[in-house]
Design a binder for this molecule. Structure first.
Ligand SMILES: Cc1cc2nc3c(=O)[nH]c(=O)nc-3n(C[C@H](O)[C@H](O)[C@H](O)COP(=O)(O)O)c2cc1C
Length: 380
C-alpha cells in the first residue's frame, strides 16, 4: 500500500537523483550541507555529505557543516525547485543560511531535454492538415474490434465500406478477436526494465498485431459501442500500445504527449462505429477518446462513421429503403476516403441520417427482446 512520504524520504529521493549526475559534475567538492527543517510542528535535522564522488543523506547533526540551511520543509522545496529566490527568501525570513554559501554549487544544475537525449518530435504538416497533404494510401488495415467478428452487425456495415476502399487500394481486414491480447497490468516493465518489450511480448498476439498495424498508411478502427465506449478487447489493444511509445513527455500540437516511436510518415486513422441506441450522443465519449488518441499517437483522424440504430435498421422492413441508401453511401465513403482523405457532405449526411423513434418503435424493440427470451438464438 502506498503512503504519503515523510520529508526525510523525499530528501533521500532528491539526493539519489542528484547522485546520478554527481560523478560527472564539474563543481564537485567535499563537505556537508546541514538542514534544520520544520514540518507540521516537528523538527527534522539531516545533512548531505559530499565525499569524493558520492553524495549521501544522513540523519542528525553534522560535526562541522560547510553550510547550514534553516527553513520550513516547504520553503526548502520551493528553493530547490527554483520557485523561491534565495535572496528574497532570506529577506522575508523564510530561509536562514550560515557558512559558505558557494558550497551549494556542488548540487548539479537542472538538465534540458536536449542534454538528456530526449527525441525531438516536430509536428508534421500531414498531422496538422492531412487532407492538404493527402496521398492515396498504399496499404489500409481495417481492425474489426467487434467481439462477435464475422457474425456481428459491425461486420455487416463495414463490408460495403471495405468494398469501396478495395476498388481503389489494397485493404487487409483483421478481426481483433482472433488475437489473444492480455490486459496491461501497469508494471511499466516496457519503459523501465526492457524498453519497448512488454512482459507478454512472446506470450500473446499483441506484438504480431502491432507490427502489422504499423505498416498501414490508413487504419480503420471498427467497433460496436459497448457500455458507452469501445469494447474491452480494443481498449486492451490500445493500453498495450503504451509499450511501443517513449516514456518521455514533450509539448505536442494539443498539450503534452510522448514523442512518437513507431508510425508511418503519413499514417492516419478512420473511426467506424455502430450502436444499438438511436441518438448520436451515444458516440460522444468515443469521439472524444479518439481525439485524444489521435494526439497521443500522432495519427490524425481523417473520417468518422457513427451509425446509430444498427440492429433496428437491419431488422425492420420499414427501414429497408433507408438501409439500402446507407449501404450504398458507405461504399461511396470507402472510395472517397482513399482518394481524397475525407468524406463529402452528401455521403456523410446519408450515412448519418436520423432514424426518428416513436413510442411504437420502442415497443417493437421490447417485443423483440421478449421473443428472444430462451430462444438460444445467440447469433442474432
Ligand atoms: C455488452 C454490450 C454493451 C452495449 N452497450 C451499448 C451502449 O452503451 N449503447 C448502445 O447504443 N448500444 C450498446 N450495445 C449494443 C451494440 O452496440 C450493438 O448490439 C451492436 O450492433 C453490436 O455490434 P456487433 O453485432 O458487431 O457485436 C451494447 C452491446 C453489448 C453486447
Amino acid at each position: 500500500m502506498k503512503e504519503i512520504q515523510s520529508p526525510y524520504n523525499i530528501m533521500v529521493t532528491m539526493v539519489d537523483r542528484l547522485q546520478e549526475h554527481y560523478p560527472n559534475h564539474n563543481e564537485r567538492s567535499d563537505g556537508t550541507i546541514q538542514f534544520h527543517f520544520t514540518h507540521e510542528k516537528t523538527k527534522i535535522d539531516c545533512y548531505i555529505e559530499s565525499n569524493n564522488d558520492l553524495l549521501q543523506l544522513r540523519n542528525g547533526i553534522a560535526p562541522n557543516p560547510t553550510v547550514t540551511v534553516k527553513s520550513s520543509f516547504y520553503n526548502w522545496l520551493k528553493l530547490a525547485g527554483g520557485k523561491l529566490n534565495p535572496v528574497l527568501g532570506v529577506m522575508l525570513g523564510k530561509l536562514k543560511f550560515k557558512g559558505d554559501l558557494s558550497f551549494f554549487k556542488i548540487l548539479p544544475r537542472k538538465f534540458t531535454n536536449d542534454e538528456l537525449g530526449i527525441p525531438k518530435d516536430p509536428i508534421s504538416k500531414f498531422e496538422k492538415n492531412p487532407v492538404k497533404f493527402w496521398e492515396k494510401p498504399k496499404k489500409v488495415i481495417v481492425l474489426n474490434a467487434s467481439p462477435r467478428g464475422e457474425k456481428g452487425y459491425t461486420d455487416f456495415y463495414l463490408k460495403p465500406f471495405i468494398k469501396g476502399m478495395e476498388s481503389k487500394t489494397e485493404v487487409e481486414h483483421i478481426y481483433l478477436k482472433d488475437f489473444k491480447i492480455n490486459p496491461c497490468i501497469g508494471c511499466f516493465s516496457c519503459w523501465m526494465d526492457k524498453p519497448g518489450v512488454c512482459i507478454y511480448h512472446d506470450k500473446d498476439g499483441f506484438h504480431e498485431l502491432a507490427e502489422k498495424m504499423y505498416k498501414a498508411n490508413l487504419i480503420v478502427y471498427a467497433f460496436p459501442i459497448y457500455t458507452d465506449h469501445i469494447p474491452g478487447i480494443l481498449k486492451n489493444y490500445f493500453d498495450r500500445s503504451v509499450s511501443r511509445a517513449y516514456p518521455y513527455m514533450i509539448n505536442g500540437i494539443n498539450g503534452v504527449r510522448h514523442p512518437r516511436k513507431f508510425i508511418q510518415e503519413k499514417q492516419s486513422m478512420f473511426i467506424f462505429s455502430i450502436c444499438g441506441f438511436f441518438e448520436k450522443k451515444n458516440f460522444n465519449s468515443v469521439r472524444e477518446y479518439f481525439k485524444a488518441l489521435a494526439h497521443n499517437r500522432h495519427c490524425p483522424v481523417v473520417g468518422e462513421v457513427y451509425r446509430t440504430t444498427a440492429i433496428g435498421l437491419y431488422g425492420s422492413p420499414f427501414h429497408f429503403q433507408k438501409l439500402n441508401t446507407i449501404i450504398r453511401s458507405l461504399e461511396k465513403a470507402g472510395e472517397q476516403i482513399i482518394q481524397t482523405g475525407k468524406l463529402n457532405r452528401n455521403v456523410n449526411k446519408l450515412i448519418h441520417q436520423k432514424i426518428k423513434t416513436t413510442e411504437d418503435d420502442l415497443v417493437k424493440v421490447n417485443q423483440w427482446w421478449n421473443d428472444k427470451k430462451g430462444s438460444k438464438d445467440l447469433n442474432y
